[in-house]
Design a protein. Structure first.
Lengths: 110, 891
């Protein structure tokens, strides 16, 4: 089950890639994450995680078109694979199930 | 976008990423960093953006981004190496002359490197066999005579040793080694010479001299005990039976209480026997004051520091002790001698600072000064560099022929690093084959070097151990890389299209100025070498033939070795070839000294004066020039009644006696003290012209001759007739054997003794001379290669010029002018440098030297130019004599 078990940050990155749709490459993922989580996310970390997720088969990537910015270097765009999507869904389901187990009465006591 | 084009991320950081990053990630990673860079550039400025870029470049150096050597590349490389070796071999065979020059040149210079490596390894292995080698220190005495610079002695007083043992923390063990337990051991009717030290048992705790029999903890505790080395014990008593027996030395019996293993060659202490120091207290050979703080010329004190000793604390403790002791010796604080102590690590004893050698210290510590060592190292490096330059130069010159090959390789798919590797491998191949030759040379040169000076025989062995051999191979690889790196880099940059398009390599890259620079440097070195040799040799000859102020012609000095002179002199007088005889205590002008303190008027301080107790015939035999007064009139036998002295002019100047007037100085009275007698009043009976008592590198000092009395050592000076010197020597030897059959005859001619005294200089000159011959042959070979190359490339030009009517002389000039120009540049740099080096640094040590003459300065240059012309001439004449029709026909 190694492939489907993902950590918290990995989940966030996967979600962001999914949310950004066609425009998910390392810098944009990094910016988006920083904006939504409110913490500074380092490029190095994101880069490493993207790479790891690709190795796990949860993401796939391809190089985009060359542009004049970025010193003429192409971007590497990421997309979710089926496994990636499954992993996210599975994670969400697991959480939902756990949420449902919390009785409302109990919840309000805290 | 102006801002952007001016402000780029730092190139080197980008190159760094290019170098380490897997190609898969490279592009988008660089793009990302670039994007960040631009963003930071806009918001935070250029510097900040740069900084972040650099930090990120470093941060992305991670396991997943870093290139792993790809399996495929490894395979191609290993396949290609076979191919490189093959093509390199072919090109070596094709250019036999170049290969020959390269291999021979490298082999010659590498043999120097090999000698140096094994020399350094030998020096480095000194005293390393002691288990605690890094914690062993020797006490150095720093003495300052009033108003004079500090002198460092390797010896100190017995008292120092005792104080260190009792008072100083941080020291685990103290061991005293006193000079000169030596003489002839009597065993039955035989006598064996023995050399050793007075020592303490604690030395066995400090040093690692494994004891085979006996107890190291107590072996040297009791008086009259002796510890022998295994081979000494076997020599005296046969194998395995020495323990407990007695040896007799100077009519004292010593009991053998221990046998140690023989001392390793690489020990700075070499001895056959150690006698207990406590014996000395019993027999009191050195008089009552040998335990004084100031009696410091015969004792080595070794200390073993504790593991965690604080060296600075120790130094300050030593300072306190020395201050206290100086105070005790001289409470008024106007002491003539001030002594301070220092600790010298054991590994700086053999290679390290030069220490003064006190008179009367018999043991000669093997030593070479760091400065001399560095000098030798740099000379060797220059010679090696010179042959590396040859390789570089010739390879670049040959570039034309390899050009197509490189182009083809690149077209087929070789990348830069592969071309680069190929040429490095080629250079390394050459240097490895040169290593083989240079090993043979090394084996030939090794005995020459070792036998060059007697000091070297006991200092080094230059044995080939596996460790040394590995260093040799490493050295060969290094030389190959250094020689090959420039051609390899230049070749790897060749553009495949240019190479195949038949563009001349000269147009693609122009290494000509680089090659010229190398040649100028090479010839500058060579000229410096050869000029140094010539000047050094001439100066050395001047020193040997220097007018010392007396004659040394045909004088044989015979060491009496403690025998009474009368019967020997009787025998000598019977030999008709012995014309004159005299007695003296020491032989002067070869570095020996015999001194005492003199005082003229009562108010003044006493000053050190050099003396030589001699007999009434000495001055005559050596033809000293008397300026006033005459010879000794009294011939006393008791040191107390010696009342006459003969002094030199410098002594009058030093003490301001009678206004420096020799005539008036006669009859003046001075007081003289030495170890034998205090405050003798002496009358000046003669004044002689100044002469060189010390070596020529010393200033002329005040000297006084006084009458020889039997408590002094004795040299017999015999003037013999020239002619059958060998026969005369044989007869004198016979005479000696009649008088003293047990000691070998010790004598040397004055001239030889002087030559011996400057043997260091002659060794230096021999080494530099040898290296300069190597340097000049290497440089000449290089030049020859270049000339061959130039004439080959210009063969058509020469043909055309010849057809047009140029004369042979014109052609020679055309081909040679470049080289002449280079040589003149080298001469212009080298000659003034050498001249200044000698005048400013070397000859200032010799106050009485002759100036450097123009001839000496230019002799080397002339030789080099002659050789160069010979080579240039031979090639150009060959080129100019070829039939132009032949050359021009083939197009």
């Amino acid at each position: 089950m190694k492939g489907t078990n993902i950590g918290e940050f990995e989940e966030l990155v996967l979600l962001t890639v999914a949310a950004l749709m066609e425009d998910a490459y390392s810098v944009s993922v990094c910016d988006e994450l920083s904006e939504h989580t409110g913490r500074t996310v380092k490029l190095g970390v994101v880069h490493a995680v993207l790479n790891r997720l690709e190795e796990k088969g949860l993401l796939k990537s391809e190089l985009g078109e060359a542009t004049k910015s970025r010193g003429g270097k192409r971007k590497r765009f990421y997309q979710l694979t089926i496994q990636g999507k499954n992993a996210l869904v599975q994670a969400k389901e697991m959480r939902d199930q756990l949420w449902e187990r919390i009785p409302t009465v109990n919840w309000s006591k805290i | 976008m102006d801002l952007k084009s001016r402000h780029q991320p730092p190139k080197w950081a980008t190159r760094f990423i290019n170098w380490y990053c897997k190609p898969k990630y490279l592009e988008d990673l660089l793009g990302d960093l670039n994007e960040y860079f631009e963003r930071n550039l806009a918001s935070k400025g250029f510097r900040y953006a740069q900084l972040v870029y650099v930090i990120d470049a470093l941060k992305f150096f991670r396991s997943y981004t870093v290139k792993t050597p790809e399996f495929f590349n490894l395979i191609t490389n290993s396949i290609m190496i076979g191919n490189y070796i093959k093509t390199s071999g072919r090109s070596l065979m094709r250019n036999k002359l170049f290969s020959f020059i390269n291999i021979i040149g490298l082999a010659i210079s590498m043999s120097v490197g090999l000698l140096l490596i094994s020399f350094l390894m030998d020096l480095n292995s000194y005293d390393q066999f002691h288990e605690n080698a890094d914690r062993i220190y020797r006490v150095t005495n720093l003495e300052s005579l009033k108003g004079e610079p500090e002198i460092k002695y390797p010896t100190t007083s017995l008292k120092t040793g005792k104080i260190l043992r009792e008072q100083v923390s941080g020291i685990e063990k103290v061991g005293i080694l006193r000079d000169d337990f030596s003489g002839d051991v009597l065993l039955g009717n035989n006598s064996f010479p023995i050399k050793g030290f007075w020592a303490e048992s604690s030395l066995f705790d400090i040093f690692t001299f494994p004891m085979l029999e006996g107890n190291p903890a107590t072996a040297l505790d009791h008086p009259y005990s002796v510890v022998l080395t295994e081979s000494a014990a076997n020599k005296f008593f046969g194998i395995g039976s020495a323990m407990g027996k007695a040896i007799n030395l100077d009519s004292v019996d010593y009991q053998v209480t221990g046998i140690i293993k023989d001392i390793p060659f690489f020990s700075h202490l070499k001895f056959e026997a150690l006698a207990s120091l406590s014996t000395l207290e019993q027999i009191g050979v050195d008089g009552p004051d040998f335990e004084n703080w100031t009696d410091s010329y015969s004792n080595f004190v070794f200390v073993l520091l504790k593991e965690n000793a604080d060296k600075r604390l120790l130094d300050s403790e030593l300072q306190t002790i020395a201050d206290h002791e100086n105070q005790l010796v001289d409470p008024n604080g106007n002491s003539v001698r001030d002594i301070h102590l220092e600790l010298l690590p054991m590994n700086e004893i053999v290679v390290g600072e030069d220490l003064a050698r006190s008179e009367g210290l018999h043991y000669q510590v093997p030593h070479i000064s760091t400065a001399v060592l560095w000098f030798l190292v740099s000379l060797a490096i220059l010679v090696i560099a010179s042959s590396c330059f040859n390789y570089t130069n010739l390879s670049l010159a040959r570039a034309m022929r390899r050009f197509k090959e490189i182009g083809l390789r690149k077209t087929i798919g070789a990348n830069k690093s592969q071309v680069w590797q190929q040429f490095l491998i080629e250079a390394v191949m050459i240097s490895l084959s040169a290593l083989f030759l240079s090993l043979i040379l090394f084996l030939i040169l090794k005995p020459q070097l070792i036998n060059m000076a007697p000091g070297l025989q006991t200092l080094i062995k230059l044995d080939l151990s596996p460790k040394v051999f590995i260093l040799f191979v490493g050295f060969a690889l290094l030389v190959g890389v250094i020689a090959g790196v420039v051609p390899a880099l230049i070749f790897s940059k060749v553009n495949a299209i240019d190479a195949l398009k038949n563009v001349s390599p000269v147009k693609v890259f122009n290494p000509m100025s680089f090659r010229k620079t190398l040649m100028v440097i090479q010839y500058t070195f060579t000229l410096i070498f050869i000029t140094t040799t010539v000047i050094g040799y001439v100066q050395y000859k001047n020193i040997l033939e220097f007018d010392l102020g007396f004659t040394t012609e045909n004088i044989l000095n015979i060491n009496m070795q403690g025998n009474k002179p009368e019967s020997f002199m009787e025998e000598m007088r019977a030999i008709p070839e012995v014309v004159e005889l005299s007695k003296s205590t020491i032989v002067t002008s070869i570095g020996n000294a015999w001194g005492g303190y003199m005082k003229y008027s009562s108010g003044e301080d006493s000053a050190l004066v050099m003396t030589n107790p001699v007999d009434e015939n000495y001055l005559n035999l050596h033809q000293y020039e008397l300026l006033a007064g005459g010879n000794f009139k009294m011939y006393p036998v008791d040191p107390g009644s010696v009342r006459e002295i003969i002094v030199n002019q410098e002594l009058l100047r030093r003490f301001q006696i009678a206004g420096n007037n020799p005539e008036q100085a006669i009859g003046e009275v001075v007081t003289f003290s030495n170890h034998a007698w205090q405050d003798r009043e002496m009358t000046i009976v003669g004044v002689i012209r100044d002469f060189h008592y010390g070596k020529i590198d010393n200033q002329i000092e005040p000297v006084a001759f006084m009458f020889w009395t039997p408590e002094n050592p004795l040299m017999i000076n015999a003037k013999i007739l020239p002619g059958d010197i060998q026969g005369t020597l044989g007869r004198i030897k016979e005479a000696w054997n009649k008088v003293d059959p047990s000691h070998p005859f010790q004598a040397s001619f004055y001239k030889d003794a002087i030559e011996q005294a400057y043997s260091e200089l002659s060794v230096m000159i021999k080494i530099i001379g040898f290296l300069s011959i190597l340097a000049i042959s290497i440089a000449s070979m290089g030049l020859f290669g270049m000339v061959v190359y130039t004439t080959e490339t210009k063969v058509k030009e020469v043909g055309i010029r010849k057809v047009m009517g140029a004369s042979s002389l014109n052609l020679i000039f055309l081909l040679a002018k470049d080289f002449i120009w280079l040589l003149s540049v080298s001469a212009f740099v080298a000659l003034p440098l050498t001249y200044l080096f000698f005048e400013r640094y070397i000859l200032t040590n010799f106050p009485y030297h002759e100036p450097v003459r123009l001839f000496e300065l230019f002799a080397g240059l002339i030789a080099v130019i002659l050789i160069a012309f010979l080579m240039i001439g031979s090639q150009t004449i060959k080129a100019s004599q070829t039939n132009p029709a032949k050359v021009l026909k083939s197009e």
